[in-house]
Structures are given as structure tokens and as C-alpha cells.
Design a protein around this ligand. Structure first.
Ligand SMILES: C[S@@+](CC[C@H](N)C(=O)[O-])C[C@H]1O[C@@H](n2cnc3c(N)ncnc32)[C@H](O)[C@@H]1O
Length: 204
């Protein structure tokens, strides 16, 4: 296992930047800061949960989150729960992330129901389920925003002080997926660490 303080955070020894900086585009800064914060604030038994799994090979345009979170914890310790409503997406995700499958538990189902049933502390929560419409033709934005808020509410009992929450697709017309959840996070006293294409928060 690598030591996060010498092998991730110190720039000149940073394998992660070397591997992912050029691939992650507008998610690079937020993913990087999220991982640095997660490694600082939790130990090698860190518990990560992701809603919305990888559903296409090399889909860095969507974030490729299952792969990069799982690789991170394969080096520094921890576990990842990934939940997705679509069994085909979970099946493909399983194949793609096979090298890191020892660190991942795959769940088929609704993310809100899953989070309500989760009864252990969460160190890192990544919310990226329920596609956000890019144009009015694709449908209303509210269901995606309400779903994201419901995910946050469902996870709240297991988020501890210092837990890191990252929400995807924020810089979109109408406020993106976190359009409603961000107000709740402010109300709760969470600290916004980065406001970019993704929103990054630390729980109070
Ligand atoms: C944007 S994709 C996830 C992309 C992935 N995080 C990545 O970085 O490649 C959104 C996923 O959410 C899933 N989804 C939609 N509604 C859901 C729900 N209610 N519960 C769980 N997953 C859901 C979809 O099946 C889809 O796979």
C-alpha cells in the first residue's frame, strides 16, 4: 500500500496526475482535490460510495468514476460501493473494473433506496446518478435535481464531520444535478471546497 502523504499529495511523486490529468478535462481539479481531501481525512479503511456507475469503456467524458475511485483505494486502502439502476451498466462496469474488483461491491437498484439502507459511516460520497437533461428537449431538470437531493438526504445519517461529498454535472443550465442539494448543504453548514463542473463539499 502507498502512503498518501508521500505518493499522492507530493506533486513530484504524483502517479495520479501523470495518469489522469490529461484525461479528466473539466473534472480534473475537483476529482484531484476530492481525493487529496479523502486521503487526508480518512484511514485505509475508508468507505466510498458512488451513485451511477461507469457504463462505457474509457468513458472519461462522463468521468470514468468507478475506475478511478477504485484504483485510488487499491493503492491507499478502502472500499467502494457502486450502485446503479441499470443491470446492464453494472454488468459492464464489473467487467471494466475487474482489476480492482476486490475493492468494489456492485449493487443493482435505486440509489436513494440503497443509501437509505446503508448503515455504516461514509467517508466519500460521489453523486452521479440520474442523467441531467442537456436541453429542454431531453426533458425537465427537476427530477434529476430532486433525485440528487434525495440521495443526499438518504446519506446524511452516515456522513460524519469531515466526510467529503462530490456532485457531478453542476455547471449546467438550471444549476445541474446539485441545483437543489447545494442549498441543503449550505443549510447544513457544509463547506464548499471547489465550485466547478463538479461541486466539492466537506461536511461540518
Ligand atoms: C451519468 S451516468 C454515471 C456515469 C459514471 N459515474 C461515470 O463516471 O462514468 C448515470 C447513471 O445513473 C444511473 N441511474 C439513473 N437513475 C438511477 C437511480 N434512480 N438509481 C441509481 N442509478 C441510476 C444510470 O443507469 C446511469 O448508469
Amino acid at each position: 500500500m502507498l502512503d498518501p502523504h508521500t505518493d499522492f499529495i507530493v506533486p513530484e511523486r504524483n502517479w495520479w496526475d501523470y495518469k489522469y490529468a490529461h484525461k479528466l478535462g473539466h473534472r480534473y481539479a475537483t476529482f484531484r482535490m476530492a481525493f487529496v481531501e479523502v486521503l487526508k481525512s480518512s484511514g485505509p479503511d475508508r468507505a466510498c460510495i458512488e451513485t451511477g456507475c461507469v457504463r462505457e469503456a474509457n468513458d472519461y467524458g462522463a468521468g470514468y468514476s468507478t475506475m478511478i475511485i477504485a484504483e485510488l483505494i487499491s493503492w491507499y486502502g478502502g472500499s467502494l460501493q457502486t450502485v446503479d439502476l441499470n443491470p446492464k451498466h453494472i454488468a459492464l462496469c464489473k467487467k471494466l473494473t475487474e482489476p480492482f474488483s476486490d475493492f468494489i461491491t456492485y449493487h443493482v437498484g435505486d440509489s436513494v433506496a440503497f443509501l437509505k439502507s446503508w448503515s455504516k459511516p461514509i467517508d466519500f460520497l460521489y453523486l452521479d446518478s440520474y442523467d441531467y437533461p442537456q436541453t429542454p428537449k431531453e426533458g425537465p431538470i427537476e427530477p434529476s435535481q430532486r433525485h440528487c437531493l434525495a440521495e443526499l438526504e438518504a446519506a446524511l445519517p452516515q456522513l460524519r464531520s469531515g466526510s467529503i461529498v462530490l456532485i457531478d454535472d453542476a455547471r449546467m443550465p438550471g444549476g445541474g444535478k446539485p441545483g437543489l442539494a447545494k442549498h441543503r448543504l449550505v443549510e447544513l453548514g457544509a463547506e464548499c471546497l471547489l465550485d466547478d463542473y463538479q461541486l466539492l463539499w466537506r461536511m461540518p
